[in-house]
Design a protein around this ligand. Sequence first.
Ligand SMILES: Nc1ncnc2c1ncn2[C@@H]1O[C@H](COP(=O)(O)OP(=O)(O)OP(=O)(O)O)[C@@H](O)[C@H]1O
Length: 334
Amino acid sequence: MSGIALRDVVKRYGKGKQELQVIHGVNAEIGHGEFVVIVGPSGCGKSTLLRMVAGLEEISGGTIEIDGRVVNDLEPADRDIAMVFQNYALYPHMSVFQNMAYGLKIRKMPEAEIKSRVDKAAGILELGHLLDRTPRQLSGGQRQRVAMGRAIVRQPKVFLFDEPLSNLDAKLRAQTRIEIQKLHRELGITSLFVTHDQVEAMTLAQRMIVMNAGKMEQFGTPEEVYHHPATTFVASFIGSPPMNLLMSAPGARPRSVMGIRPEHLDIGEGGWSAQVETTELLGAERLIYARVGTEQIIVRSEEHEIAPAPGDTIQVKPREDRVHWFDAQTGKRM
Ligand SMILES: Nc1ncnc2c1ncn2[C@@H]1O[C@H](COP(=O)(O)OP(=O)(O)OP(=O)(O)O)[C@@H](O)[C@H]1O
């Protein structure tokens, strides 16, 4: 089974006084054919984790297995992985065909097999009509597809993606996201995908690893992570706008943080009195920024539901079955 297992994985950079631990014992089992996204803020260690799987960074502690085999001491070329980077790293003087074929050529694969693999990948990625162009003659999205094509032709056990969409504009990013999903459905190759963008993570992942400061905060499906965040960090990182986290709202419990998503605060009679500070119309919905006592809250309402002005008082009521409780000290879900 060509899954990936991370066991107590640790990373330290530097030596002696300069030593800095950036990954603190990560454990995760990624199933055969699964698409897993590693998401977290800048500097949380997600690229480092991916680069350790790739063999581009030494593993300071623990083990990484690919396909049931410990790869800690294997060179990147011997790990049967293919990586797609943010900067596509295409050879500018080679054609699209040559770029996609290059990795197979240096492995001395027969010409006919190379041609058949490149043609097949070009078909899947709709690059067939561009094979004679050089990267300069392509759009950003097309270049990214060539970079993916180069990974596909290798027929690796595992795909590793390091923020591959971050150089594309918003529209192209959404399109390429759909292409990557399609590709995964067709090829079913175990994939690890790094991004700092929670929307990208939610839409692409079968399961996601949420990282914070070198630790794994949660590993679950997008639904689990959204509806049952394991910590206050996950609650505020996933979801836009983030979950309201309140220490002193009416009904608060001692030493606890109450969590309630903006869409789970109903406007109407009863509940909390909230002073409106400002509102934002986003099209079909409106965000209302308000104050309950000393707490700041965000309410998400339907556009037609209510249009309060700054200074207005509205009544908001948390849906009881949608309230989350976290330990105020540890931030963990209770
Ligand atoms: N070669 C290095 N030497 C020392 N520290 C490093 C090195 N590479 C990364 N780090 C540190 O390790 C931590 C994790 O970095 P990493 O690049 O994995 O984060 P990231 O989550 O991928 O961030 P980003 O989204 O900004 O790329 C950071 O604090 C970073 O400064």
